[in-house]
Design a protein around this ligand. Structure first.
Ligand code: FE
Length: 211
């Protein structure tokens, strides 16, 4: 009786883990027991994405594009190739496309089907990126989604939404903030937020980072 009662509650009641986390754990256990995966290797992959790969890599790419017109051109022509050539990342997906924000066009990235994301450049995707509302509303009402993120654009700015796939990922090249003409690349990189590279935010303003 008490077991039945428990089961009537939402999954995860009495556990810190969500249903998805429980499923992942179960799958990992089976694969490990059958000898298909080495748990140490899994841990190291996860640790890499948690600690080593993160938005700071994408931020370096953006900062380089801001200071180096040749790199900017190469990045917009073939982002995977341009990034591999400067040695920031060996492999950036099969096909990475950089889309540039301008005063007339603002770009936003979504994966309507699941949660494809440029992991190599931005690390782990934020939870909202994987959420059903973000995935469906971004296509239908991008300006309203932007407003939820506190982003308002001039009426004349066009919003373009890019739908990622397993093969093709996107990164937004945001506009360089005003008042940063003489800034070195690493200081510029400190202005580049993760959300500005997804299109749900802007880079920080020059006065938001310390000298
Ligand atoms: Fe996806």
């Amino acid at each position: 009786m008490s077991d039945d009662h428990k089961h009537d509650h939402d999954h995860g009641h009495g556990s810190e883990l969500s249903e998805m986390q429980l499923r992942v754990r179960a799958l990992e256990t089976i694969l490990t027991e059958k000898g298909y995966v080495d748990p140490a290797a899994l841990d190291s992959i996860i640790e890499t994405y948690e600690t080593k790969v993160g938005p700071h890599i994408g931020a370096q790419v953006v900062a380089r594009a801001w200071v180096d017109p040749g790199f900017r051109k190469a990045l917009l022509a073939d982002a995977s190739k341009a990034i591999a050539q400067i040695g920031l990342q060996q492999k950036v997906g099969d096909h990475l496309i950089a889309v540039e924000n301008t005063p007339t066009t603002h770009n936003m990235i979504v994966c309507t089907l699941c949660s494809c994301y440029p992991w190599d450049l931005l690390g782990l995707p934020p939870v909202w990126y994987k959420s059903a509302p973000y995935r469906s509303r971004t296509v239908k009402e991008p300006r309203k989604v932007l407003a939820d993120f506190g982003v308002t654009l001039p009426d004349e700015t066009k919003v373009r939404v890019w739908d990622s796939t397993a093969e093709t990922r996107f990164i937004v090249l945001p506009m360089r903030p005003a008042g940063t003409q003489d800034w070195p690349e690493d200081k510029l990189a400190s202005l580049v937020t993760r959300d500005s590279m997804i299109g749900t935010g802007f880079p920080k303003a020059a006065n938001e980072v310390s000298a």
